[in-house]
Design a protein around this ligand. Structure first.
Ligand code: 5GP
Length: 369
């Protein structure tokens, strides 16, 4: 019989972190944002657990360089060639950017070629010491995904391996026998149509709680992927015990993402010298990796047995990624001072989460300049 679970599954907008007395710090500057991660399969990495999404738009070299430069983590998408990645590794090393936290993404479709790509990267460009691999599939429940994870782990026993996506705790233990980090989140992404097209998905707050509980019990880590709207949502994910947070849409309108700035002209109601004033607005293209646009670009079109589960969007151009990253680190540090956490690592120990009906006061939002 089909069952309906009556417990309400919560999302970021359903909760807030309650400020409270603790070992509160006087200044955000005193908060330790970096954390040392000891992974299940033996590796250690240090940084602020924020990733860019491994999408063609935001999983590019420029975004990766910025995140790594600020002590965060980064992915690069699976469509880059060995030489492109190799040249990036060389140039970033020349700039003294630490590559320890860089994850190279591979897909499931042509796994022999993907494994060859990683081997070539090691042989040709010395990608050996800090090997981090992200194995990407919109649906990691398919049996093939597990077989491929086994193959990649056997080939690269000393790598940090992140896999996903999944949206339930039941699969976590099985994956963590071979993987280090599980990417959690299906249907939450800003360019995602999965919930609309398939009715499938799990709200992020409840998902993080249940997956973190299982993963941490065996020394695994999780990454909350999709649905981050504001820096506050990142703070919430970290307080809920997510080790990492992955971000796409929040970076999508910035200068560092792939693709040109798109200019659009609109007629306004204002008339000067008998002519309507034209207003110019600027955008960047952001598209889901399962969108028709991505399928046309990378897979020679949409297969006839599939439906598009991703949107193609024009996101208002917001300028500097540095500014967005600054807002994020500022927000996290401030969150720590509100709840008495001296470091990001302590957020989940200090947080009290409250369920709310009304998260934000939006009364003057439309007047923002
Ligand atoms: P965002 O930060 O924009 O809310 O979410 C980014 C995440 O959305 C990605 O890391 C990935 O997990 C997910 N995603 C990317 N492209 C697609 C897509 O085409 N369809 C779906 N369902 N999810 C996508």
């Amino acid at each position: 019989m089909t069952q309906i679970l009556s417990e309400v599954y919560l999302d970021y907008s359903d909760i807030l972190i309650r400020p409270k007395m603790g070992v509160n710090l006087n200044s955000r500057r005193d908060v330790n944002l970096a954390r040392t991660f000891k992974f299940k399969h033996g590796q250690v990495r240090t940084g602020l657990g924020i990733f860019n999404a491994n999408m063609a738009t935001v999983g590019n070299f420029d975004v990766a360089r910025k995140l790594l430069g600020r002590g965060m983590f980064a992915t690069i998408h699976k469509h880059y060639t060995v030489d492109e990645i190799g040249n990036f590794i060389k140039s970033a090393s020349d700039e003294n950017i630490l590559l320890d936290n860089l994850f190279i993404t591979i897909g499931l479709r042509n796994i022999d070629a993907e494994i060859q790509k990683l081997s070539d990267l090691a042989a040709k460009y010395g990608w050996v010491k800090s090997r981090n691999i992200c194995i990407e599939a919109p649906n990691f429940y398919i049996p093939n995904a597990l077989d491929i994870l086994h193959r990649v782990r056997n080939k690269f026993p000393d790598a940090v391996i992140m896999v996903g996506n999944i949206a339930s705790a039941d699969i976590c233990l099985k994956l963590l026998d071979w993987a280090d980090i599980i990417k959690c989140g299906i249907g939450s992404g800003s360019a995602c149509l999965t919930r609309k097209q398939t009715g499938c998905g799990t709200p992020m707050v409840s998902l993080i709680l249940e997956c973190a509980d299982v993963a941490h019990s065996v020394g695994g880590h999780i990454c909350a992927d999709g649905g981050i709207v504001d820096a506050g949502d990142i703070c919430k994910a970290l307080c809920l015990n997510s080790d990492f947070v992955m971000i796409g849409g929040m970076f999508a309108g910035t200068d560092a993402t792939a693709g040109n700035i798109i200019e659009k002209h609109y007629e306004t109601n204002e008339i000067v010298d008998g002519k309507r004033v034209i207003q110019t607005k600027y955008f960047k293209r952001y598209y889901g990796m399962s969108s028709k646009y991505a399928n046309n670009k990378f897979a020679g079109g949409m297969s006839d047995y599939k439906t598009s589960e991703g949107r193609e969007l024009l996101i208002p151009y917001v300028g500097s990624l540095d500014k967005v990253l600054q807002d994020i680190t500022g927000g996290i540090a401030s969150c720590c001072t509100y709840i008495g956490a001296t470091s990001v690592k302590h957020l989940s120990k200090c947080a009290t989460i409250i369920r709310v009906h009304n998260q934000l006061n939006r009364v003057f939002e439309k007047y923002s300049v």
